[in-house]
Design a protein around this ligand. Structure first.
Ligand SMILES: [Zn+2]
Length: 267
């Protein structure tokens, strides 16, 4: 089975046809999807689909752009939600909750690429979310742009927290540091772009048991669908490309990446 470990199915782009999007993913062999929260709104809505579909899971977390909203009170609220979820108590009437559905904290991290938010504010928000992950015993989905050194430095204080660098676009040297720190590396459809030779080189370098696949949809559609809205079904293109650069049979790559995601998220 293919797994899309990072989608944003609550974004307005999917409002009109979410049922068909989910059906197409299933028809393409995508057996599990993580619906990732990134702001206050999606923290409220991300679990909706995960309550409706047993193969969809959700997260709680705020993107670095949303750092100002990250407070100790909000983290306590998230912790309570995770606890209720673990007991299966978060299901409301009419929802078919089946087991634990909040499977990670994130996406959170540091974004120095455009850096409109002061670094200190981003770091504070990231640390609070790492504390939450530690307390809740959940792994973290990390968004990092031009900030790998600081992210890895901060992660040292949370050595028991498992983490994945999502939508990895960095170089081999930084990938090596992430691997040394025990992290996972996740690739999107960007790996299929003609100019993304550096990302393909990185995927070749990262051991198969440390890689995950994702779409980051609705953004970053793979080359085959470039310019269109991305969706979980297209994660197949990402896994195909990883298998091509690693010169492995698709089935072997597919099952290895499935195992990685299942173990990482406990799904
Ligand atoms: Zn994302």
């Amino acid at each position: 089975m293919f797994i899309d470990t990072h989608s944003h199915l609550d974004f307005p782009e999917f409002k009109a046809d979410i049922e068909q999007v989910i059906k197409r993913a299933q028809n393409a062999g995508v057996g599990k999807i993580i619906n990732v929260a990134c702001d206050l709104k999606t923290c409220e809505t991300a679990s909706g689909l995960s309550r409706k579909y047993d193969f969809i899971y959700s997260t709680l977390g705020l993107h670095p752009y949303e750092s100002r909203f990250v407070t100790p009170e909000l983290m306590n609220n998230f912790f309570e939600q995770v606890e209720a979820d673990a007991k299966g108590g978060a299901a409301k009437d009419g929802e078919a909750a089946s087991g634990r559905k909040i499977v990670a904290i994130g996406e959170c991290g540091l974004d120095y690429f455009k850096a409109k938010i002061p670094y200190e504010e981003q770091i504070r928000a990231f640390q609070l979310q790492l504390e939450l992950a530690q307390r809740a015993g959940l792994p973290v989905i990390i968004h990092s742009r031009n900030s790998e050194a600081d992210v890895l430095e901060i992660l040292k204080e949370f050595s028991d927290v498992r983490f994945v660098f999502h939508c990895y676009g960095g170089n081999i040297e930084n990938a090596g540091k992430i691997l040394d720190a025990g992290g996972m590396i996740s690739f999107t459809g960007v790996i299929t772009y003609p100019k993304a030779e550096n990302i393909r080189d990185t995927a070749k370098y990262v051991p198969l048991d440390r890689i995950m696949s994702e779409t980051d949809c609705p953004y970053l559609a793979p080359q085959k669908y470039r310019g269109k809205r991305n969706e979980p079904a297209y994660v197949v293109e990402v896994v195909k490309e990883i298998s091509r650069v690693k010169n492995l049979p698709l089935e072997k790559t597919e099952s290895a990446l499935q195992k990685n995601a299942e173990e990482f998220f406990g799904i």
